[in-house]
Design a protein around this ligand. Sequence first.
Ligand code: CAA
Length: 256
Amino acid sequence: MSEVLVEYPLPEVGLIRIHRPEARNALNQAVREQLAAHFTTLGNDPQVRCLVLTGGEKFFVAGADIRAMAEAGAIDILLRQSHRLWQALAACPKPVIAAVNGYAWGGGCELAMHADIIVAGESASFSQPEVKLGIMPGAGGTQRLTRAVGKFQAMKMVLTGQPVSAREALAMGLASEVVADAQVLPRAVELAGQIAALPPLAVMQIKEVLLAGQDAPLETALLLERKAFQLLFASQDQKEGMQAFLDKRKPVFKGR
Ligand code: CAA
């Protein structure tokens, strides 16, 4: 039975739901492979303009599957090539909104950080507890976290393994917004619907440039931004968006 399900709460929004409750949605290889496959498929589907990623109402993901790692050797871990599966998520050209209820720990926190927007429930918690297991984060927990929250908050999280609450995560920049637990998925879908209604070429360029620019020198990042900005003037949607404004009517975007 599949542990990662795809639904369409709106015609242009793909919802990816991890469902492995008996292990608190822990990421084993099968779950990682299914996630990678769904991200690739939805990322390529022209009908889908925004993705929502959730673990359900009680827990997001409690980390990598410890049972699947406990007896593994270094070469076993190397041969799993998990980074290739994570890469499929990182390469998704469409915006991804993580809807986080409950634990986003270890690989779950790293999974949430692959998203572009994080909507967290009041009771959600975020943690990089790997140090307590004698390992360290291996899917971006020392890097994406530091880029999101800065050195001192990241160090505190990865060196102590202590969780932070949704409110703390919001204050430090690890969440985009915090809502009542029951509102997490509806709010994430609402945001996804808003983004899905916007011109998809502009949305895609914004995501690509923001992420690529983060790791480039400022001058290079500004150049990337400028080139993408110029490129968008070749799109029909730019003509439509500006003409609709001048005509005082609602634009109809086609992704062209
Ligand atoms: N891997 C495998 N199984 C897990 C798991 C995990 N990460 N997290 C929970 N489970 C399993 C438990 O073993 C348990 O299974 P059984 O019923 O068969 O015993 C079941 O899920 C329920 O777990 P709990 O009884 O512990 O549930 P809880 O609600 O009391 O506690 C929790 C939840 C606080 C998240 C706790 O389960 C926990 O601490 N989990 C481990 C968290 C962790 O250390 N994550 C980091 C993993 S390493 C990693 O992520 C590395 C990486 O990215 C590269």
